[in-house]
Ligand binder design. Structure first.
Ligand code: GRF
Length: 191
């Protein structure tokens, strides 16, 4: 029987972080497999990436559930059925609420494109650039009832003094694609 841990990735969009995590698992850099993609936007590019990696996908429309409690209960049941050890949010554009936290609290992590606690919430990189910061960064943190406020696991900073948002977003993604898989690997081996 496989000893590998089982990851679920939750994503809503392009899925470059999903790709980095899946590739790191396949390369043996993370001692786990991506067992499930949970996606609230069935047309998102990340769904195609999951198919190419042979990852089972649960793509749903939130409006198909009468309440958020119903939606999160269905997701938590699916995590149970798939024996998920760790949930990695990677551009999942929904707030995780009590139903999922009560069942998977402490086993859900997120990556955020700022040096938290600075610039939580949406458009963090744009906010930081508007503010004129000179050192940007990326944070991996546990998910709790706050928005991007859970305990920090890892951070990586880098200097940038330009004004080109696309260039900066490219740097942010490059840092994310290293930091997130490395942090997941460290967590799974208990460091
Ligand atoms: C990343 O910048 C991540 O930090 C944020 O959402 C973005 C997702 O990008 N939470 P991608 O879909 O993984 O390319």
């Amino acid at each position: 029987m496989s000893q590998k841990k089982r990851l679920a990735v939750f994503a809503s969009g392009t899925g470059t972080n999903f790709e980095a995590i899946a590739a790191a698992c396949e390369a043996g850099k993370i001692p786990a497999e991506v067992a499930l993609l949970v996606c609230d936007k069935p047309a998102a590019a990340v769904v195609g990436r999951a198919a190419r990696h042979g990852v089972k996908t649960f793509a749903f429309q939130p409006k198909d559930y009468p309440t958020k409690v119903d939606m999160e209960s269905a997701i938590a049941d699916l995590l149970d059925e798939n024996g998920i050890d760790l949930v990695c949010l990677a551009g999942y554009m929904r707030i995780i609420a009590d139903t999922l936290l009560s069942r998977y609290g402490g086993r859900i992590i997120n990556i955020h494109p700022s040096l938290l606690p600075a610039f939580p919430g949406a458009r963090a990189v744009e906010q930081a650039m508007d503010y004129g910061v000179k050192v940007y960064g990326v944070t991996v943190h546990y998910v709790d009832r706050t928005v991007d406020g859970g305990r920090i696991i890892a951070q990586q900073a880098f200097p940038y003094e330009g004004h080109d948002l696309d260039e900066l977003l490219g740097f942010v993604h490059a840092v994310e694609h290293e930091l997130y898989p490395a942090t997941i690997a460290r967590l799974l081996v208990g460091e």
